[in-house]
Design a protein around this ligand. Structure first.
Ligand SMILES: Nc1nc2c(ncn2[C@@H]2O[C@H](COP(=O)(O)OP(=O)(O)OP(=O)(O)O)[C@@H](O)[C@H]2O)c(=O)[nH]1
Length: 597
C-alpha cells in the first residue's frame, strides 16, 4: 500500500461510462469533451491516453449555476475514454474497480437491455457508485431542444404532453432499477445518494442535462470519495493496463491508467503478463500531443513523469505478453522480488478456479475473464482452462482432451478465432461459442448442453426395453403354436415387437417366448400402447399348455434396462409405462430387494 502519511494530495476521481450498445456512451463522452473544449479556456481539457481530464473550473463553467466551485477541492473528473462494460471490467485496481464512479447510460425509449443488466451486475459486484444517464430525451415527440441547458430549465420549455411522455419513460427506468434491487429517483429528488441512485435525464445530442450529470458526479465524488482520493503524489506509481498495443517505433506498449503515485521515465516496473509478471524498464512515457500541435509528424509526446490520476502509454521492452486488466507497479525503492510478489498476489485474486474436467474459456481482459468465471460458477459449469486472449490452436487441442462430450467446448467472450486456428476447429470435435454478452454466452452453452443431453436420452430411450403388462383376450386364439397367435389388450406400458415376454409365477419370472409380430387391424406395427387391442405372434409357447386365454403377461425388462428406466428416464416415459415398470419392479423385488438397483 502507498504510504499516505506524507505529501498527500487529492487526486482526480476516475469515471467510467457504460451501458447497452447504441444507448449513447460514445456520444455522451464526445459531448462532455466537446462542450468542455467549447468552454474555450486554455487547458479546458487534457487529453490522456485512454482518458480525458476535465478540471473543476471547466466543469463549473459548463454546469453554470448548478455548481459553486468553492464547494469542491477535488481537481476535476477523469473520464475513461473506452466506453462499455467490457472495458469497465478491465478496469481493476487492487482487487476492486479502478473507476471510482460510473455513469450507466440508458436510452429513455429503450429502457433496460441485456448489456444494461450486465453492467448493473458488474457495478453491484464491484460496489461501484453510479448514476444513471437517461439519454436521448430529445427524441421525445414534440421536444423543444434547449442546447446545453440544465435539464430543469429544459423541462420548463416543454409542452405538458412532451413532459408527461418523458416522465413515463423515466419512471419505467426507475422501476427497472428497482427490479434490479436499486432504489432510484430523479436526481433532484434524491436526498441520500448513498442509498438511492440518481437518474439524470439528458441528451448527448443537444447537451441538455449534461451540466446536471457533471454536477452530480462532482458532488458524489466530493462527498463520498474524498478520503479515497488522498494519495502520496511522490509514491511509486500504480496503475492498470487498459490495452496492449503495437506502436510503430516502440513495439508493444501498454496504455495504462495510473491511479496512485507517480511513474517516471526509466522506472523499473512490474506488469502482469500472460505467463508470469514482466519486469522491465520504461523507455518512454507517451501522451497524445495537445490539439494545437496536432499537425506535427508524431502522434505522441514524451513526458518525464506522470502522476495519478492519468492515462499514459508506457513503452518498454518485453510488453507483448502483458494483459489488459493486469496491474502495473513501479519498483522504485523496493526490491523487484517484493513487487513481483505483489503483482502475483493480485493476479492470484483474479485467477479462475479450474477443474480437471470442464470447458475452455477465453476472454479479452482479466476482468471479463473473471466475470465469465463467476457466471459459469453460478451456472455450475466447470472450467478446465481460462485465459486472456484470442482463440488459438492450443485452445482447441486442450478442449478436445475433455473426457465428456459436453465439455469439448470453448466459450469466447469478446475474442476472435485466430486465423491459424480455423482449420483446427473445423477438424476437431469442439464446439465454439462466442457472444458479446456474458450471460447470453453462458445461456447459449447451457442450451447446447441440454439439447445434447436430451438427444442422448432419446437414443437411450430408443434402445431401452419398455415395460408392458398385457392380457390375452378370451376367445382370441388364432393359432395354437409355431408361433402362437393371440389377441391381447395392453393394460399399461408399451408392448414392443421382438421382446421376450413371460409371466410371474409367485414372484418368479417365467419367460414363455419372444414376440415375432404385432398386428393392429390387420397391419404390422412395431408397438402397441396402453388400451390398444392387437394380435401378437409369440415364438415358443403353445396356447392351452404354456399360456392360457385370460393370462396376464409382461414384457421381460432386462435388469440393466430397468435400472436406467427407473433412475434416469422416469420423467421421459409415460405415466402408464411408469405404472407397468413399477409393477414389474415391485414383483421382482419381492424376491430380490436389490433387483435393478
Ligand atoms: N437523438 C439522439 N440520438 C443520440 C443521442 N445519443 C446518442 N445518439 C445516437 O445514438 C446512436 C448510438 O450512439 P453511440 O454514442 O454510438 O452509442 P454507444 O452506446 O457509444 O454505442 P457503442 O459504442 O456502439 O456501444 C448514434 O447514432 C448517436 O448519434 C441523443 O441524446 N439523442
Amino acid at each position: 500500500m502507498t504510504d499516505h502519511t506524507h505529501a498527500d494530495t487529492l487526486r482526480t476521481p476516475i469515471v467510467a461510462v457504460l451501458g447497452h450498445v447504441d444507448h449513447g456512451k460514445t456520444s455522451l463522452l464526445d459531448t462532455i469533451r466537446g462542450s468542455a473544449v467549447s468552454e474555450g479556456e486554455a487547458g479546458a481539457i487534457t487529453q490522456h491516453i485512454g482518458a480525458t481530464d476535465i478540471p473543476l473550473d471547466t466543469i463549473s463553467g459548463m454546469a453554470g449555476e448548478l455548481i459553486d466551485p468553492t464547494d469542491f477541492d477535488l481537481p476535476g473528473l477523469l473520464f475513461i475514454d473506452t466506453p462499455g462494460h467490457h472495458s469497465f471490467s478491465t478496469l481493476r485496481a487492487r482487487g476492486g474497480a479502478l473507476a471510482d464512479i460510473a455513469v450507466l447510460v440508458v436510452d429513455v425509449n429503450d429502457g433496460f437491455q441485456p448489456q444494461t443488466e450486465e453492467a448493473i451486475d458488474i457495478l453491484r459486484r464491484t460496489g461501484t457508485p453510479f448514476v444513471v444517464a437517461a439519454n436521448k430525451v430529445d427524441t421525445t415527440p414534440g421536444w423543444n431542444p434547449q442546447d446545453g441547458e440544465p435539464i430543469q430549465k429544459s423541462m420548463d420549455a416543454q409542452s405538458e404532453r412532451a413532459k408527461s411522455m418523458l416522465d413515463e419513460n423515466l419512471y419505467e427506468i426507475i422501476g427497472q432499477l428497482s427490479d434490479a434491487g436499486f432504489s432510484a429517483d430523479l436526481y433532484w429528488r434524491v436526498q441520500d445518494f448513498q442509498k438511492n441512485i440518481g437518474v439524470v435525464p439528458l441528451s448527448a445530442l443537444t447537451g441538455e442535462g449534461v451540466p446536471d450529470l457533471l454536477t452530480v458526479l462532482m458532488g458524489l465524488s466530493q462527498r463520498f470519495m474524498k478520503e479515497e482520493m488522498a494519495i502520496d503524489v511522490t509514491g511509486p506509481g500504480e496503475g492498470t493496463v487498459l490495452e496492449v498495443k503495437d506502436e510503430r517505433g516502440f513495439g508493444a506498449t501498454v496504455d495504462t491508467v495510473v491511479y496512485d503515485g507517480v511513474i517516471r521515465n526509466g522506472d523499473t516496473v512490474v506488469v502482469g503478463g500472460q505467463d508470469e509478471p514482466i519486469v522491465t524498464e520504461i523507455r518512454a512515457l507517451l501522451r497524445p500531443r495537445p490539439l494545437a500541435e496536432i499537425r506535427t509528424e508524431k502522434e505522441f509526446e514524451k513526458v518525464g513523469e506522470i502522476g495519478a490520476a492519468a492515462g499514459v502509454k508506457i513503452a518498454a521492452p518485453d510488453l507483448d505478453r502483458a494483459m489488459a486488466g493486469a496491474p502495473v507497479r513501479v519498483v522504485r525503492d523496493r526490491t523487484v522480488d517484493q513487487v513481483v510478489e505483489e503483482v502475483k498476489a493480485e493476479l492470484a485474486e483474479i485467477e479462475v478456479e479450474t477443474a480437471d474436467n470442464g470447458v475452455v474459456v477465453k476472454a479479452d481482459t482479466l476482468g471479463s475473464l473473471e466475470a465469465m468465471a463467476n457466471a459459469l460458477r453460478e451456472a455450475e459449469v466447470p472450467i478446465l482452462r481460462a485465459e486472456v486472449g484470442d482463440i488459438a490452436p492450443r485452445d482447441i487441442a486442450v478442449a478436445e482432451t475433455a473426457n465428456q462430450d459436453e465439455h469439448k467446448a470453448i466459450l469466447g467472450f469478446n475474442v476472435d478465432l485466430l486465423q491459424n486456428a480455423e482449420s483446427d476447429l473445423e477438424n476437431a470435435d469442439v464446439k465454439l461459442f462466442k457472444n458479446e454478452v456474458i450471460y447470453q454466452l453462458v445461456e447459449d452453452y447451457e442450451r447446447y448442453v441440454e439439447e445434447k443431453q436430451r438427444a442422448q436420452q432419446e437414443t437411450v430411450l430408443d434402445k431401452v426395453v419398455r415395460p408392458a403388462r398385457f392380457r390375452i383376450l378370451p376367445d382370441h386364439t388364432f393359432r395354437q403354436n409355431d408361433p402362437a397367435v393371440v389377441g391381447v389388450e395392453v393394460i399399461s406400458g408399451t408392448l414392443q415387437n421382438n421382446r421376450n415376454v413371460g409371466y410371474f409365477e409367485g414372484n418368479e419370472f417365467e419367460r414363455v417366448g419372444g414376440l415375432s409380430g404385432i398386428q393392429k387391424q390387420g397391419d404390422d406395427v412395431d408397438e402397441a400402447r396402453a388400451g390398444e387391442r392387437v394380435s401378437i405372434a409369440i415364438d415358443g409357447p403353445t396356447v392351452g399348455r404354456d399360456i392360457e386365454e385370460g393370462d396376464t403377461l409382461w414384457t421381460e425388462v432386462p435388469e440393466k434396462h430397468a435400472k436406467i428406466l427407473e433412475q434416469e428416464l422416469k420423467e421421459e416415459i409415460t405415466a402408464d409405462e411408469r405404472e407397468a415398470l413399477q409393477g414389474y419392479l415391485d414383483t421382482r423385488r419381492k424376491r430380490d430387494p436389490f433387483w435393478g438397483k
